[in-house]
Design a protein around this ligand. Structure first.
Ligand SMILES: [Zn+2]
Length: 539
């Protein structure tokens, strides 16, 4: 057999071999699995709850994932795996038991590379089989509680909620895995493992604790096969917590996520969000307009909602009718009429917006523009005497224009309605108690666009008690603001190429997201790791 360096999946992707040939390379006629042709990238791309000891992804082709498993596994495993890969079809390729066991638990002494030489790096083998991820589970502190004591379970769940609120966690994840129920907190936008509950037949916390949470959130505990969601207010340690609870059936049971919603008005000043002082007057002038559209853009978790609420809070007064249509209503604002999208009942962004416009509004906030219909109604409203605020998912401010046009909105309508666009990201602020100074390396100077040889002090995250050992505490918005001035309006009407809009912005000395983020790194507000995690240079 020819020596082969590349995985069967890679060869298939390059169309050098057919799907049949790829499978034959991986699994021979004796049903032996050839480890040399496995695709490490494909394997490591599986979600953490993928059962690495039972199923080994081989190739992905035409919306179908081909997965090796031991011949003793039931055919039904394919259906159980499908939800873990966004419901793509899963086809099982059964291999003989011994060969599969060897693939999952390789004896170190027989490990060889595809070209027959002894494997120099045993870590690589482990990585193939998800052993590194397995280790991360081992490292999570295990907790045991009396599974027969209803009160103890209830206390445990409430403790998890109380501690979450204390450390500024936005979401609590309860993740069923093969042997544990794992709990993770999202703090400042990043998930971290908190604890795990070892599960046995007598004490299956994957069922017991999730059932308890479902009772608290008034969900149907008899139903575990379909996703559910609900909202509840709980008093924990004397603090009122607004919670949004959702469940999702996964391979090892229902996964549950509790979102902790802010219930006090934390949306006060744009400068508190991290908007640069020199941008605020410009942005506030947009909000002062009696008609037109202002868009906030960025990926999920970039702080768009906070910016929208802060903006709305500035606009609410006794003389104006402010109406929103949101999915979900994340925070209740005084004197604002908030409408919750309910797709099942036929209340969508588009239909809700249409009804709002019959109710004599002055200011309308649409949670998100996802489709042409919503975009067109929103633009129509913006052209007929209403100030419309909304969000869109694009990488930067100029792309918002092209996105609207791609949705099918006429360029002249975009040009007439759009007042301005804010693009944003959130950088984690380095913890003020424990950060360390250091001198930037030549590579870092290059990333930051600084001249070679510059003496520049940057900060590094370390971790202490104040920041839960993350090295970061709180977050800071990074903003790019694009005023749609006459020059940009003209370019939009002419069919707007992204490049042209960007050139105009550069010509007008508008700072890009990247430029603003770099300034924050140089001002020691955050680290270069955060910069690279959150913003890419081409944006
Ligand atoms: Zn710290």
């Amino acid at each position: 057999m020819a020596v082969q360096q590349r995985s069967a999946f890679q060869q298939l992707q390059k169309k050098e071999i057919s799907l049949d040939e790829a499978i034959k390379l991986l699994v021979n006629a004796n049903k032996d699995l050839d480890l040399g042709y496995l695709d490490q990238q494909l394997i490591t791309s599986m979600k953490p709850n993928w059962p690495r000891d039972k199923a080994l992804p081989l190739v992905f082709s035409e919306n179908t994932l081909y997965v090796a498993c031991s011949e003793e596994q039931p055919d039904a495993m394919a259906d159980a795996l499908s939800p873990l890969v966004n419901n793509f079809k899963v086809v099982l390729v059964k291999v003989n038991k011994a060969s599969f066991a060897k693939a999952v638990n390789p004896a170190p002494k027989v490990a060889t590379t595809p070209n027959g030489k002894p494997a120099p790096a045993p870590e690589k083998k482990k990585n193939i089989l998800g052993a590194d991820l397995q280790k991360t589970i081992e490292a999570i502190p295990a907790k045991v509680i009396d599974a027969t004591d209803e009160n103890a379970i209830g206390r445990e769940v409430r403790d998890l909620m109380g501690n979450a609120a204390k450390v500024g966690c936005s979401d609590i994840h309860f993740e069923p895995s093969e042997k544990f129920l794992i709990v993770r907190y999202r703090i400042d936008g990043v998930l971290r493992d908190i604890c795990k509950y070892p599960c046995s037949e007598q004490a299956d916390y994957r069922k017991i604790m999730i059932a308890r949470i479902k009772i608290i959130a008034d969900l149907n505990i008899a139903e575990s096969r379909i996703p559910q969601d609900g909202r509840v207010t709980e008093i924990v340690n004397g603090n009122k917590l607004d919670l949004r609870v959702s469940t999702l059936p996964t391979l090892y049971g229902e996964k549950c996520v509790i979102r902790l919603l802010p219930h006090e008005n934390s949306f006060t000043e744009l400068s508190n969000l991290g908007m640069e002082q020199d941008m605020i007057p410009e942005y506030e002038s947009w909000l002062g307009m009696s008609q037109g559209m202002v868009l906030i853009t960025g990926p999920t978790g970039s702080g768009k909602t906070s910016t929208l609420y802060t903006s709305l809070a500035k606009l609410v007064d006794t003389t104006r009718n402010v109406v929103t249509v949101e999915d979900p209503v994340e925070f209740q604002l005084a004197r604002v009429n908030q409408v919750q999208v309910n797709v099942k009942a036929g209340l969508t962004f588009a239909s809700g917006l249409r009804s709002i416009l019959r109710q004599d509004p002055d200011i309308v906030m649409v949670g998100e523009i996802r489709d042409k219909e919503t975009a067109e109604i929103a633009i129509q409203a913006a052209l007929t005497g209403h100030l419309v605020l909304s969000t869109l998912h694009t990488n930067d401010a100029p792309s918002t224009v092209t996105r609207l046009i791609d949705m099918g909105v006429q360029p002249y309508l975009v040009a007439s309605a759009l007042v301005g666009v804010v693009a944003q990201r959130l950088l984690r602020r380095v913890c003020q108690h424990c950060y360390e100074d250091y001198t930037a390396t030549p590579e870092e100077l290059r990333i930051l666009g600084q001249p070679e040889g510059t003496q520049l002090t940057l900060v590094r995250a370390k971790g202490c008690q104040n920041c839960n050992n993350t090295g970061y505490s709180g977050r800071e918005g990074v903003f790019e603001i694009m005023h749609v001035n006459r020059e940009i309006k003209r370019v939009i009407q002419e069919g707007a190429s992204l490049e042209k809009i960007r050139n105009i912005m550069t010509g007008n000395n508008v700072k890009s997201l990247y430029d603003v983020a770099v300034e924050k790194i140089i001002n020691k507000k955050s680290t270069i790791e955060e910069l690279l995690r959150v913003v890419t240079k081409d944006e």
